[in-house]
Design a binder for this molecule. Structure first.
Ligand SMILES: [Zn+2]
Length: 270
């Protein structure tokens, strides 16, 4: 599944090809993805100049004066810029054709992605109530400490709550908790300010590192044959249940927290 680093890399890959271009036309090869594609997309986007390609959480926004196309890659979606006449493959559902003869093509085999519309000056309901971006200055240990007082939920669930901070998925939460030495089941309200500082720093460094590595996949956005490769992760705990802890060598433990598999070291994390 595309996580925040993949979405940010997608944004960085697309922006130079898309920003400043006008939309010539929209080709919808089906009326819906996860949800119906609202009529505003086909009605309002053509003729508009795409001013910026923006990311909020795992959503991408193509900002124009008339409003923004709001895209989510879901479980299996990808976006590429290619010549508008490039052969269409199965699951190529949408083309946003640009005035330079290229198209921004949305491919999604499982169709958990979406293409929606946000009117100018409005905030789409999907974006309302989201917490800060993990790589923004609003996100730090003090913020986590304050938000968590009185909370009994496991700290891992707290960190994955999109109202607390966006884009820290299961993998990144497990890895950040390991780096910070915090047991994932510890109640969020019982983690100290100093340990939240370590946790915020760990989450930021893991995400920033993944985005940096993603730079090598940028070519996928301009070559029609390149499959979008999600980033190979160097993982310490995620997916390694029963294997030795990379720090102390003892077997890693696993449990389900909020329906998600979680792995941690009972010796190094407390
Ligand atoms: Zn350990």
């Amino acid at each position: 599944m595309p996580e925040l680093p993949e979405v940010e890399t997608t944004r960085r890959g697309l922006a130079p090809h898309v920003e400043g271009r006008s939309v010539a036309r929209i080709l919808l090869r089906r009326p819906d993805l996860r949800w119906p594609i609202p009529p505003e997309v086909a009605m309002r986007l053509p003729g508009q100049r795409i001013e910026t390609v923006r990311r909020r959480a795992k959503y991408l926004l193509l900002d124009t004066q008339a409003g923004s196309a709001l895209l989510h890659l879901g479980m299996s979606g990808s976006l590429r810029v290619l010549p508008a006449d490039a052969p269409v493959r199965a699951h190529d559902h949408v083309d946003i054709v640009l005035d330079d003869g290229h198209a921004l093509r949305f491919h999604d085999s499982r169709r958990f992605g979406c293409l929606l519309w946000q009117a100018a000056g409005a905030c789409h309901p999907l974006l309302a109530g989201l917490g800060p971006e993990p790589l923004s200055e609003a996100f730090d240990g003090d913020y986590l400490f304050q938000r968590s007082r009185g909370r009994k939920v496991p700290v891992k669930s707290f960190l994955m709550d999109q109202a607390v901070v966006v884009g820290v998925g299961n993998i990144y939460a497990a890895e950040a908790l390991f780096l910070a030495g915090i047991a994932p089941l510890r109640p969020a309200g019982q983690v100290s300010r100093a340990r939240y500082a370590a946790l915020a720093e760990a989450a930021q460094s893991i995400l920033a590192h993944a985005i940096e590595r993603g730079g090598t996949t940028l070519r996928d956005f301009i070559h029609p044959d390149g499959a979008p490769g999600y980033f190979a992760q160097e993982l310490s705990v995620y997916g390694r249940a029963g294997r030795p802890c990379p720090r102390c060598g003892r077997p890693l433990k696993s449990a389900r927290i909020g329906q998600r598999a979680t792995v941690w070291c009972p010796r190094c994390q407390h």
